[in-house]
Ligand binder design. Structure first.
Ligand SMILES: *Cc1c(COP(=O)(O)O)cnc(C)c1O
Length: 390
């Protein structure tokens, strides 16, 4: 099956009996058993069958099956948010006294988790240049247990040489985990490129409607799955079956949505590249982007999120632009059907590399509105920016 067929078919065989097109919402905490002997062996059922609400109901399983399939994995575990998926990856594979490698372009909340919680638990964190490639080998020490990746990087969009890093890690016996939220499993399949754990903030494109929080971890390897599932259960991290149902609905249209997000983002990027107010576009699908060659080699598409580096302008001028937008909201997250525009400040927190750009950076999510309306809106915004700068 090709991806769009997987999106339409996945997870529909799990709930037996009643043949609705969509698997229904099965809500449960307690699961009943007929025999004491079966109840006493229920621990084994957390991986495949059903034992307790924490470990999922048929609705959860339906979503997890569909996600594993689209990732070309064998298993997926859903958790309460993208951040929960990321932190549970660290908590599963790293222990006090050990060490992790994290790209300098990492999502900011992941960075806070590393600097605060991991540091307080005695886990060493080394930030690395996202462009390090196979050079990651020099940073691996005897205590290194996990190499984390995120490609492209949050706000700054550096593309990592994921296959090169994964190959080194595999040779050195280090687990790799990637935050693949930007591309989604439709446009980049980490498990096919040698990564052990593919992580997705399903809050974004899987949901697609800015109304649920969800994350997941997908793997090929059964033993990794069991370790993740045990950690997730011990943390008591679980997802409401209603949210799983919503995510499964979102998944059905993810292919058509993403292709439209991509089309509009490309159109906006190309149009913005002609604008005198713009210094540089940060979008791997844009031929002038430094990550373009790697993106072309490894990805099959680009999503709707990109950066616009403006020529130097005051914070007040940027606020005048952003606050007056008609179709672009000011808000965290992205991946819904609506457009967003926010300022970003990568200079403030990098440690392994420096962000030298002088001008302000905007992060734009191209939604599903008409591209011409979005362009007109941005043109008016740029006019406000220039007027405020005078
Ligand atoms: C939004 C986001 C997350 C966090 O996901 P939540 O579901 O909001 O916790 C993690 N990584 C990236 C790249 C994101 O954009």
């Amino acid at each position: 099956m090709r991806d769009d067929t997987k999106l339409a078919r996945g997870g529909r065989e799990s709930a037996d009996g009643f043949k609705a097109v969509n698997p229904p919402v099965w809500r449960a905490s307690t699961v009943l058993f007929d025999r004491v002997e079966a109840f006493d062996r229920r621990k084994d059922l957390r991986y495949d069958g059903f034992s307790y609400g924490t470990y999922g109901t048929p609705t959860t399983r339906a979503l997890e099956e569909a996600l594993a399939e689209i990732e070309n994995g064998s298993r997926a575990v859903v958790v309460s948010s993208g951040m929960a998926a990321i932190t549970l990856c660290f908590m599963t594979f790293v222990r006090p006294g050990e060490h992790v490698l994290v790209p300098d372009s990492i999502y900011k909340t992941t960075r806070s988790f590393c600097d605060q919680l991991l540091a307080e638990f005695g886990i060493g964190v080394t930030y690395y240049d996202p462009h390090v490639g196979a050079g990651i080998e020099a940073l691996i020490g005897p205590k290194t247990r996990l190499i984390f990746l995120e490609s492209p990087g949050s706000y700054t969009f550096e593309i990592q040489d994921v296959p090169a890093i994964a190959a080194v890690a595999a040779r050195r016996g280090v687990i790799t985990g990637i935050d693949n939220t930007w591309a989604s499993p439709l446009f980049f399949k980490p498990l096919d490129h040698g990564v052990d754990v593919s992580i997705q903030a399903a809050t974004k494109y899987v949901s697609g409607h800015s109304d649920i929080m969800l994350g997941y971890l997908a793997v090929k390897d059964e033993s990794l799955f069991r370790r993740i599932k045990d950690t997730v259960g011990q943390f008591g991290n679980c997802v409401s079956p209603d949210d799983c149902y919503m995510a499964l609905r979102g998944l059905r249209t993810m292919g058509v949505r993403l292709r439209q997000h991509e089309k509009t983002a490309k159109e906006l990027v190309s149009w913005l590249s002609e604008r005198p107010e713009v210094d540089r576009l940060l979008y791997p699908a844009w031929p002038e982007d430094p990550g373009h060659a790697l993106w072309k080699r490894d990805f099959t598409g680009a999503s709707g999120l990109f950066g616009v580096l403006l020529k130097p302008a005051s914070a007040a001028a940027v606020a005048a632009m952003v606050e007056g937008m008609r179709f672009f909201g000011i808000g965290a997250s992205w991946g819904g059907y609506e457009s967003l525009m926010i300022p970003a400040y990568p200079k403030d927190y990098r440690t392994a590399t420096a962000w030298h750009e002088e001008g302000p950076l905007l992060r734009i999510h191209a939604g599903l509105e008409d591209a011409e309306d979005l362009k007109e809106d941005i043109a008016e915004g740029l006019a406000r920016l220039s007027a405020a700068g005078k």
